[in-house]
Design a protein around this ligand. Structure first.
Ligand SMILES: C[S@@+](CC[C@H](N)C(=O)[O-])C[C@H]1O[C@@H](n2cnc3c(N)ncnc32)[C@H](O)[C@@H]1O
Length: 345
């Protein structure tokens, strides 16, 4: 029944999006669109005439409003994007053409806009709903209007002409894609030689530390009791979630149903760079101060799951801190749950 309801509502979503793509092609950006690609104006966004919401879960399409309300005000990516631009040695004084991939309702786009004052930013996403929210926000702001253009398309499709961009930014996108290699090949082709692709993504090694830490938390909860059991339930779910996402690019029977589909490791990323003709890949921890990286991951998870108000037993806090205390700072750089990945073309 739940599946049937989901299928029906997706059918309605697709039908209304198809209807909105019957108008004439918008040619304003024809110089950067790949041959055969046509876009149609849909309010303030441009949408691929061949758009289909393949491989993306309902949280970004039918439930986009809930996703936006849950995250938009909480997410200020200025510090993160600032750190990423520094790692990639981007010259902020240049008038760059920047492509942001998997923009959603725009946290990384707005940060890039602030930090690259002369750049024009192309926001992109498969979700028309999220991009419309971004465009509506941009329309209310004099400092943003005219600096951001939003394109709705699937990254698995070759959408832009070669060498259209100086920089590509993607904050939490690659691990949502069914075929990260195919999508990255498209992105890499649209980058000029010497250009950078900057991605923020979950890493396997650090995620496995979290699996071990969540097991330790379960042990501590079993000793001291867990109130209504919600922390234990979350720990079990997160362990299973990470275990289900290991080993890209091998698709499992459940991969298509997952929202977060993968965690990445360095050998996979190095192989991707080699396969796609990218000259270099660097993997950095996603934060410069790693002193409380595991405690922050644990607390962030509680907050994302609506459990920030739950009283966490001291024994649990101690178990989490054991990981922060016990793992040396330089090793934490290798074992960080989230990484900034910088590819150079
Ligand atoms: C975690 S959100 C990214 C958040 C965003 N970068 C921000 O700064 O707020 C992941 C995004 O990837 C998009 N996405 C998923 N599959 C996609 C695809 N095949 N092509 C393009 N975007 C996709 C989703 O619609 C969603 O908005």
């Amino acid at each position: 029944m739940r599946l049937l309801r989901a299928a029906t509502s997706r059918g309605a979503t697709v039908a209304s999006a198809v209807a909105s793509r019957r108008g004439p092609a918008d040619t304003a950006y024809a110089d950067i669109l790949a041959p055969g690609v046509e876009v149609v104006r849909d309010g303030s966004i441009l949408i691929d005439r061949d758009w289909m919401p393949a491989g993306v879960t309902s949280q970004f399409i039918e439930d986009a409003k809930t996703y936006h309300e849950r995250y938009f005000d909480r997410l200020d990516f200025t510090e993160l994007v600032d750190y990423c631009l520094g790692l990639a040695a981007i010259d902020r004084t240049q008038s760059l053409r920047v492509l942001d991939i998997g923009s959603g309702s725009g946290a990384s786009v707005l940060a890039a806009c602030r930090l690259l004052p002369r750049a024009h930013i192309l926001a992109s996403d498969i979700s028309p709903q999220l991009l419309r929210m971004l465009a509506a926000f941009v329309d209310t702001r004099d400092d943003l209007r005219g600096r951001i253009t939003a394109f709705c398309f699937d990254l698995h499709r070759r959408f832009f002409r070669p060498e259209s961009f100086d920089v590509v930014i993607g904050a939490a996108i690659l691990h949502h894609l069914l075929d990260p290699r195919a999508a990255l090949a498209n992105v890499a082709a649209s980058l000029r030689p010497g250009g950078k692709i900057i991605l923020v993504e979950p890493l396997e090694s650090g995620s496995l530390v979290l699996v071990a830490m969540f097991a330790r938390v379960l042990g501590a909860l079993a000793e001291v009791g867990d109130g209504d059991g919600r922390i234990a339930q979350l720990m079990k779910a997160m362990r299973l979630d990470i275990q289900s996402r290991l080993g890209p690019p091998v698709e499992k029977p459940w991969t298509r149903q997952l929202d977060d589909k993968w965690v990445f490791d360095r050998p996979y990323l190095a192989q991707l760079a080699a396969d796609l003709g990218l000259s270099k890949v660097e993997v950095h921890p996603a934060q410069s101060d790693l002193s409380n990286v595991y405690e922050n991951a644990f607390m962030g998870l509680l907050a994302d799951s609506g459990l920030s108000h739950v009283q966490v037993p001291q024994r649990v806090i101690d178990s989490v801190r054991m990981f922060d205390r016990g793992i040396a700072e330089d090793l934490k750089g290798e074992l960080c749950p989230t990484g900034v990945i910088v590819f150079t073309r």
